[in-house]
Ligand binder design. Structure first.
Ligand SMILES: NC(=O)c1ccc[n+]([C@@H]2O[C@H](COP(=O)([O-])OP(=O)(O)OC[C@H]3O[C@@H](n4cnc5c(N)ncnc54)[C@H](O)[C@@H]3O)[C@@H](O)[C@H]2O)c1
Length: 332
């Protein structure tokens, strides 16, 4: 068993944004071609506790060298007040020859970066007539920081960011981190979510809102909203938008805004395309200029496996991590 901790993952992934983008792109295309197995994520919730959850995402990615395994990711929003991260995760990778678990990998960094890469990929693919020079980030946490990192890698013209968070201390700390990491980036704060939505035609929502509270009325036509937290937008705003998803079966679950829109209309006709199909067909990759486009990725386990595979291969080449002999019982 190979054990890879957060430092090992960072060593491999820091500065490798283009490789992560490519791994995520390939996973989406393979998924669109039916070369994946992706059961629904399992949500473990607890009695008398609506806030916390642990999600299991089993996945198989039928690439040239197939990979299979599971991500087990917890969300405990109360951690943030205690100075801890909301999300933590582990990924188990299994041998596709024997089924045996072969690698145990820290999953939160992979999870955040694959999410951010999926958002940046959508932004770089669902292009506007004029390139995006700024982005508004609603929710100043771990995910939107990674989104900014990957947008910087994918959109060469991005020079400005506008921040909004209900918690002003979080917004300030985020702005400070941006200044330290990207001194050339112009950083400003919005007083309301609507002000942020109106500031740029590229918006990323990564909050911990559990029920919809936001419309897209403040967005300019031609705006692309990366709806990563999935439960911010009202069903009406979803229904008024052009909707691109990662997988309609996955995203229309668990009281996401799209699930509510489906319940309202009794169908999924409001979803225009999966991102895998958009990536496979260059002509499909245009943002509606007269409406708002919303990209809602449920977060597919195949993305975690694709990036974990990249991490594992590079870590093995660099002899990173800890080998634990005898983890599995000896053969009979
Ligand atoms: N779609 C995916 O693939 C995917 C993957 C990972 C995480 N996520 C989601 O992304 C979201 C953000 O994750 P994170 O790790 O950055 O969380 P985090 O706790 O680090 O940050 C969330 C931030 O949102 C702020 N916030 C909460 N409600 C808000 C509101 N109504 N308006 C503005 N700000 C608000 C909080 O103050 C906090 O600063 C979570 O909902 C998580 O489930 C989605």
């Amino acid at each position: 068993m190979l054990i890879l901790g957060a430092e090992d993952v960072h060593q491999v992934l820091d500065g490798a944004e283009k490789d992560v983008l490519e791994a995520v792109r390939r996973a989406y295309v393979l998924h669109d071609q039916g070369r994946t197995a992706l059961p629904h994520s399992v949500f473990l919730r607890f009695p008398d506790d609506r806030r916390n959850r642990i999600i299991g995402l089993p996945a198989y990615l039928g690439d040239e060298t197939p990979v299979g395994g599971v991500k087990w990711v917890s969300s405990f929003p109360g951690n943030v007040a205690a100075g801890l991260r909301r999300a933590s995760a582990a990924i188990i990778m299994n041998s596709m020859a024997t089924g045996m678990p072969e690698a145990f990998v820290e999953g939160s960094v992979i999870s955040a970066r694959r999410t951010a890469a999926s958002a940046a990929l959508a932004a770089a693919t669902l292009t506007a007539r004029t390139p995006d020079t700024g982005v508004s980030l609603v929710g100043c946490g771990v995910i939107n920081f990674e989104v900014l990192r990957f947008l910087r890698a994918a959109l060469p013209d991005l020079a400005e960011v506008t921040l909004f968070d209900l918690d002003q201390d979080r917004a300030r700390a985020f702005a400070d981190r941006c200044g330290g990491q990207w001194p050339d980036l112009k950083v400003s704060s919005a007083g309301t979510a609507d002000e942020a939505l109106a500031a740029h035609r590229l918006v990323s929502l990564a909050t911990t809102a559990a029920t919809p509270y936001l419309t897209t009325e403040a967005c300019r036509p031609g705006t692309l909203v990366l709806h990563l937290s999935l439960r911010d937008l009202t069903a009406d705003s979803v229904l008024a938008a052009v909707n691109v998803v990662d997988d309609a079966d996955h995203v229309c679950r668990e009281a996401t805004s799209l699930h509510l829109a489906e319940q309202r209309t009794g169908g999924r006709d409001f979803i225009q395309a999966p991102i895998g199909a958009v990536l496979a067909d260059a002509d499909a990759g245009r943002r509606a200029e007269d409406r708002v486009t919303v990209f809602s990725p449920f977060g597919l386990g195949v993305l975690d496996l694709a990036v974990a595979d990249l991490v594992r291969r590079r870590a093995e080449a660099l002899s990173l991590g800890t080998r634990l002999p005898g983890f599995l019982p000896a053969p009979d």
